[in-house]
Design a protein around this ligand. Structure first.
Ligand code: BTN
Length: 266
C-alpha cells in the first residue's frame, strides 16, 4: 500500500503553490476541519492536509463520507483566491474538472463530472468535492477544497445499497492505482486551472468544465425538497446554476444546493 506521506507526495510534484506545505495524518476527524482551523490561523495558501482515515468525514448536504483506511485520497487544500464570495462556485467547478482530468491522465478511465461536483466513471461516483469558505465583507478570505477519491476498494467491499451509485478506480480498472501519483496529478491540474482563475479566464474554465460534463446535453431528473424536475440539461450559467429545459419548453434554473440524478428513470 502506498502511504500518503508528505515527502512522497512532494517528490516530483512540480507545483509552485499547491502542496508546498503538506500535513499528513494517519487518522483525523476531517481533513476539511483541520484545514479550516489552519487557514483561520493564517496558514499559507496551497497548504494540503491529507489523511489515511477520517473519523468524521463530511460530504455535501451534511452527509457522512466514509472510506476504509488507506484506500482513498482524503485531501483538503487551503486557497485564498482574490474573488467575491458569490464567485466561489468556480473554485468547486475547477476542482471537479481537475479531479476528472487527473483520473483520465493517470488511469485512462473515462471520468466525467456530474454537476455540480461529483466525478463519475461509467455512471458511478468515484469522487466528491466539498468546498467550504470564510468570507469578509463579501470577499473570500479563505476557502478549503476537500477532495475525496475512492481509489483502491474492491467491488465486493462496497455496501450493497451503494453498488449501483458508487465505485472505485481499482474496481473499474481491474488493478490498484497509485494514490500518490493521482494526488500529484490532481494538484498539478488544479494549480493550472487556479492560475487561470486568478487571471480571470472564467470563460475558458467553464468551457473546460463543460467538455468534461456528463450532465450537459443529457436527460436528467433532479430531486428538489418537494418535487422532482425532469428534463434536458442544456447549460450552466455564470453563477454555476444548471439550466434544465422541461417538457413544457420552459427553462428552469437549479442551484448547486440541490441534488441531481443522471438516470432519467429515477
Ligand atoms: C460529496 O461528494 O458530498 C463531497 C465529499 C467530500 C469528501 C472529502 S474527503 C476529504 C475532505 N474531508 C472531509 O471531511 N470531506 C472532504
Amino acid at each position: 500500500m502506498d502511504l500518503m506521506v508528505s515527502d512522497e507526495i512532494k517528490a516530483g510534484l512540480g507545483t509552485e503553490v499547491l502542496g508546498r506545505v503538506i500535513i499528513s495524518y494517519a487518522q483525523t476527524s476531517s481533513t476539511n476541519d483541520i484545514a479550516i482551523d489552519l487557514a483561520a490561523n493564517g496558514m499559507q495558501e496551497g497548504t494540503l492536509v491529507v489523511a489515511e482515515e477520517q473519523t468524521s468525514g463530511r460530504g455535501r448536504r451534511e452527509r457522512r463520507w466514509i472510506s476504509p483506511v488507506g484506500t482513498s485520497i482524503l485531501a483538503s487544500l487551503i486557497l485564498r483566491p482574490p474573488i467575491a464570495a458569490h464567485e466561489a462556485h468556480v473554485v468547486t467547478l475547477i476542482s471537479a474538472a481537475a479531479v476528472a482530468q487527473a483520473i483520465r491522465s493517470v488511469t485512462q478511465l473515462p471520468a466525467l463530472i456530474k454537476w455540480p461536483n461529483d466525478v463519475i466513471v461509467n455512471d458511478r461516483k468515484v469522487s466528491g468535492v466539498l468546498t467550504e469558505m470564510r468570507t469578509e465583507a463579501g470577499r473570500v478570505s479563505f476557502l478549503v477544497v476537500g477532495i475525496g477519491v475512492t481509489v483502491n476498494i474492491p467491488r465486493d467491499r462496497f455496501p450493497a445499497e451503494i453498488t449501483e451509485v458508487a465505485t472505485s478506480l481499482s474496481a473499474e480498472l481491474g488493478r490498484d492505482v497509485s494514490r500518490i501519483a493521482l494526488l500529484q496529478e490532481i494538484l498539478r491540474q488544479l494549480e493550472h486551472r487556479y492560475v487561470k482563475l486568478k487571471e480571470r479566464e472564467d470563460d475558458t474554465l467553464i468551457a473546460e468544465w463543460k467538455n468534461l460534463s456528463a450532465t450537459i446535453g443529457r436527460q436528467v431528473s433532479i430531486s428538489l425538497p418537494r418535487r422532482i424536475v425532469r428534463g434536458h440539461a442544456i447549460d450552466i450559467d455564470e453563477a454555476g446554476a444548471l439550466l434544465i429545459r422541461v417538457n413544457t419548453g420552459q427553462v428552469q434554473r437549479i442551484t448547486a444546493d440541490e441534488t441531481i440524478s443522471l438516470r432519467a428513470d429515477l
